[in-house]
Ligand binder design. Structure first.
Ligand SMILES: Nc1ncnc2c1ncn2[C@@H]1O[C@H](COP(=O)(O)OP(=O)(O)O)[C@@H](O)[C@H]1O
Ligand SMILES: [Mg+2]
Length: 231
């Protein structure tokens, strides 16, 4: 369970998130939508303690993200939009192993898990490649593998489809669905409503929650007010 309680976030004197409250149950599939600059990325950075609210509180499975950031990092995996922010090692399989090494998993087990994940994501042939030689979409898949291999209970995807070709987009969608079926919470940030396969949608506009409910209840009027009417 993720609980966001009356969260405000300010940076450099600018108010970026305003009075956001949100409860996300274990195993839910939730989409967060909103125009560019509406605060989506800032909000998800609060889910694993990368950012702390200026006011309000975020709890993951009963742990306060301000106090228990290390524990929460293991529970909440975030796949960021730009894989360059996330990739640390230059060789693909070493990068995917990085999180597990930090979690003190044994070397044999790490190799097994990394191989399994590369195969699941369909990038086994990239295992020994230098990350710098990969395309942006391939790097996104490497970053994704590095998160999934840690088996977090809650996974957040920040605009996962922006750089992927249709084949990889379909593959990632399937992975999301199967993880969700197995009980993992999936939170997907997007600004493309057609990408949303979940029922629940949270709409952000200028740092505020403009809508939280079934996708089918999103009216043209709500979307227009949130500057999402072109979609
Ligand atoms: N570190 C920062 N310092 C100051 N302003 C920021 C920072 N990060 C983001 N912002 C601003 O916060 C607002 C929300 O940004 P962001 O969360 O990235 O939006 P989104 O992901 O919805 O496009 C934008 O106006 C952006 O310029
Ligand atoms: Mg963003």
């Amino acid at each position: 369970m993720i609980k966001i309680q009356e969260v405000y976030y300010e940076s450099e004197g600018k108010s970026i998130l305003k009075d956001i409250s949100l409860e996300i149950k274990q195993g839910e599939f939730l989409a967060i939508v909103g125009p560019n600059g509406s605060g989506k990325t800032t909000l998800i950075k609060h889910l694993n303690g990368i950012l702390s609210p200026t006011k309000g509180k975020v709890e993951v499975d009963g742990l306060d993200t301000c106090e228990r950031a290390r524990d929460i990092m293991k529970k909440v995996g975030i796949v960021f939009q730009n894989p360059d922010d996330q990739i640390i090692n230059s060789i693909v399989e070493e990068d995917v192993a990085f999180g597990l090494e930090n979690m003190k998993v044994s070397t044999g087990k790490i190799q097994e898990k990394v191989d399994g994940m590369l195969s699941k994501i369909g990038i086994s042939e990239l295992a020994k490649e230098n990350v710098n030689n990969l395309s942006f979409g391939q790097k996104q898949l490497v970053a994704l593998a590095g998160i999934l291999v840690m088996e977090p209970k809650h996974i957040v995807f920040d605009e996962p489809f922006s750089w992927l070709d249709p084949k990889n987009k379909g593959r990632i969608k399937k992975i999301m669905e199967s993880l969700n079926k197995a009980g993992t919470t999936i939170i997907m940030v997007t600004n493309n409503l057609t990408d949303i396969s979940s029922d629940r949608v949270v709409l952000l506009h200028k740092g505020r929650k403009a809508f939280d409910g079934e996708k089918s209840s999103l009216t043209k009027d709500i979307l227009r007010k949130a500057e999402m009417d072109e979609l």
